[in-house]
Design a protein around this ligand. Structure first.
Ligand code: IVH
Length: 706
């Protein structure tokens, strides 16, 4: 370990004191040491002991000192991580030794064969002892780091294995990569390390959420987010994405005279331990020293089982001969070392054929193309259809019917098409013709429209049957009027029977007729009736949201509900009036005015009211001190595991202020589970339930903008 427990206490107290004090240049070195320590805690150990805010304050103090004393700025100062100028291009640099690939294995038998070939190449018998190490095979972008006289002087991507792209500024922006590391302690003058740059799965989701909010295209998986981040021209972006680097290999090490120093380290296990001591992020608990290949194979299976719950994307394990001298004897091929092998987990990528495209109509008429695939198994799940999102997605990937496509299911990301294998085309493929008319009622020939700034084509016909069904399904759903026991299949059945011409008819159903249907016992009809009666009394925030007015989400429903005494008051509102409300944008204002200018919509609401649906503002619709617009409002919440940024009590209070209710057990009543580190059975149970929203502590704070 690079630091002791005593250091933790010292640097914790130093940080607190520094934040309070006005610092002088004499404290420059200590401040750097202090920041370096907290960077290591945060980025290497994933266990920060000060908040991000406190870190930022320390960083600012450092910047101030450096601004006043520019000649004193140290090369390894944490401020030097962030590039100040943007680079125009990346250039190629040669690696000190080639960055090879790895051979693959898929099961225990393959590993036994590997063990035999190791012994053969090393001229050892089956009786001789060979130690192996095993560690995760990280699925990110590989990089090489060169340190000379203890200072990081160059970083490069793998490139073609012989030459990579220089990206030192981006590497310096990663807090998990020490700018300085004491290799000289071991007599090492120059060293090249190999590693993998990755983005943690939960941060990947946050990065995508932020991109969505800024209307930027989304990354398909964490690997793309990480490799893209390595090559961004703006090193600040590398750091903003939270990209981290695990190092797993010393490729080359020499002393001042150019003599090899690698062999002195003796084993791969020693090398990794040394790197961890020097402050690098290493496989840690993922590294195991094994006495037999069987032990390695068991460990690989163990990790395959916990792959999904691991924080980072891994696509296998890497087994290496532990003894460095033995590695040398065994040697390498042009392509890969003979002393190492990748144990690949079940594929998450596969190729299959795109056999057709179907078009689904959403509740506001948006058309979503869905690719029909020849069924294919991806990491144990059969996939036969994937969303193609919109017309632009199809054209940007130049997809055709009949194409062989590469499909991927990464982490908890839903399956998607990575690309078409164009080289396999034989001319029989057909262009995907996006429909001109609504695919739902084809005889009506309703022309689709695409409004400016929207990515989707929409059916403008309010009487479109598919749209009406989707509106009904949404109206009764948990998120909207929350009518328990109604659901999609009942909506479809009742619609077919002509009982649900519009939303108001939900409240005027003939229960005797329903009882006469096959599959409806008196108990289930009674339950349905009770749920519908309950829903009639819902606050108008829910009702507004349930009407499927384009861009009127849950939050806008709550804000608008707090503005009127009665839903029909909106009939008198014009766009300007909506826009006086801070959170309501011009698009929603326009849609609200359009909705409430339509006589049929007004009649719909009047019929609802006549059937007993509440249209008046309720006490719970009125603005309160607690933030009703919060995503947590009215939700049940539970915190589990150890939280890093705040105490459990503080988190619970924060949740309460935002209108959530803390509960103590995981059940179907739980809406949100926030997981800290080392979360155990509660997380598993919530995952098994499938209905609980699961957030990390960071995501929870992001949600509240806290
Ligand atoms: S060792 C000379 N160890 O996998 C041996 N590679 O297919 C070189 N990778 O480009 C590789 N995790 O970027 C090794 N624990 C690990 C790894 C790992 C990921 C990547 C590496 C390389 C690729 C080889």
């Amino acid at each position: 370990m690079k630091y002791t427990l005593e250091d933790q206490k010292t640097y914790f107290e130093t940080a607190k004191a520094f934040i309070k004090d006005h610092l002088s240049v004499d404290q420059y070195d200590l401040l750097i040491r202090c920041i370096q320590y907290h960077e290591w805690k945060y980025a290497v150990q994933n266990d920060p002991i000060i908040t991000d805010f406190e870190y930022d304050q320390l960083f600012d103090k450092l910047k101030q000192i450096e601004l006043k004393n520019p000649s004193k700025v140290r090369k390894d100062s944490p401020t030097q991580r962030v590039a100040t100028d943007l680079k125009d291009h990346f250039f190629s640099v040669p690696h000190l030794i080639p960055m090879l690939s790895l051979g693959n294995s898929y099961n225990e038998d393959d590993l036994i064969d590997f063990d035999s070939s190791v012994r053969k190449n090393a001229k050892l018998t089956s009786e001789d002892q060979v130690y192996y190490t095993i560690e995760p095979k990280y699925d990110g972008g590989s990089i090489a780091l060169i340190y000379e006289d203890d200072v990081l002087i160059r970083a490069a991507t793998r490139g073609n294995g012989t030459e990579g792209e220089e990206m030192t500024a981006n590497a310096k922006a990663m807090r998990s990569i020490p700018l300085k590391a004491a290799f000289s302690k071991f007599g090492i003058h120059k060293v090249e390390l190999r590693g993998e740059a990755l983005i943690r799965k939960d941060l990947f989701h946050l990065v995508n959420e932020k991109r969505a909010a800024s209307d930027l295209s989304l990354f398909a998986n964490p690997r793309n987010a990480a490799t893209g981040g390595l090559r961004t021209k703006d090193a600040n972006e590398t750091s903003a994405r939270g990209i981290e680097t695990f190092v797993f290999q010393i490729g080359y090490a020499i002393d001042q005279n150019g003599n090899d120093k690698l062999q002195e380290i003796k084993t791969h296990f020693n090398a990794i331990t040394m790197l961890a001591d020097l402050g690098f992020k290493t496989p840690g608990e993922g590294l195991k020293l094994c006495k037999t290949i069987k032990e390695a194979s068991d460990f690989a299976n163990e990790w395959e089982a916990k792959r999904e719950s691991y924080d980072y994307e891994i696509d296998g394990m890497v087994i290496k001969v532990n003894d460095l001298q033995l590695q040398d004897i065994i040697g390498v091929t042009q392509h890969h070392p003979r002393w190492a092998i990748a144990f690949k987990f079940k594929a998450k990528q596969a190729t299959t054929r795109l056999i057709g495209v179907e078009y689904q109509v959403g509740k506001v008429g948006s058309i979503t193309p869905v690719a029909k695939l020849e069924p294919v198994s991806l990491a144990g799940v059969t996939v036969s259809s994937v969303s193609l999102h919109n017309e632009d997605f199809i054209s940007s990937r130049d997809l055709m019917i009949g194409d062989t496509v590469l499909v991927e299911r990464a982490g908890d990301v839903i399956p998607y098409i990575v690309k078409a294998m164009k080289e396999l085309r034989d001319g029989s493929e057909q262009k995907i013709e996006f429909p001109k008319y609504c695919p739902a009622d084809q005889d009506k020939k309703i022309a689709l429209i695409r409004e400016e700034g929207e990515s989707a084509w929409r059916c403008p016909d309010p009487m479109c049957s598919a749209q009406r069904i989707q509106k009904l399904i949404f109206h009764v759903s948990k998120d909207a009027m929350n009518i328990d026991g109604f659901g999609k299949s009942n909506v479809e059945k009742f619609f077919e029977l002509g009982w649900l011409e519009d939303l108001s008819r939900v409240y005027d159903l003939d229960y005797t007729k329903i009882s006469a249907l096959e599959g409806f016992g008196s108990k289930s009809v009674e339950k349905l009736q009770a749920s519908i009666e309950r829903a009639k009394a819902n606050p108008i925030s829910r009702l507004l949201h349930s009407l499927s007015i384009h861009h009127l989400g849950k939050k806008a429903g709550k804000i608008l509900a707090s503005e009127v005494n009665h839903v029909l008051d909106f009939v008198n509102w014009d766009e300007e009036k909506y826009e006086t409300i801070k959170e309501i944008g011009p698009v929603l204002a326009k849609n609200m005015v359009a909705f409430f200018s339509s006589a049929s919509n007004i009649e719909l609401l009047q019929r609802m009211e006549a059937y007993g649906v509440n249209l008046k503002q309720l006490e719970s619709d009125k603005p309160k001190d607690i933030d009703e617009s919060s995503i947590l409002y009215g939700k049940t919440i539970l915190f589990t595991g150890s939280l890093q940024k705040m105490k459990r009590k503080e988190a619970q209070q924060l949740a309460e202020i935002n209108g959530a209710k803390n509960i103590s057990a995981v059940s179907s009543n739980l809406d949100i589970l926030v997981v800290g580190e080392k979360a155990g059975s509660k997380l598993k149970k919530a995952q098994a339930l499938g209905t609980v929203k699961i957030y990390t502590e960071l995501e929870f704070l992001e949600l509240l903008n806290a």
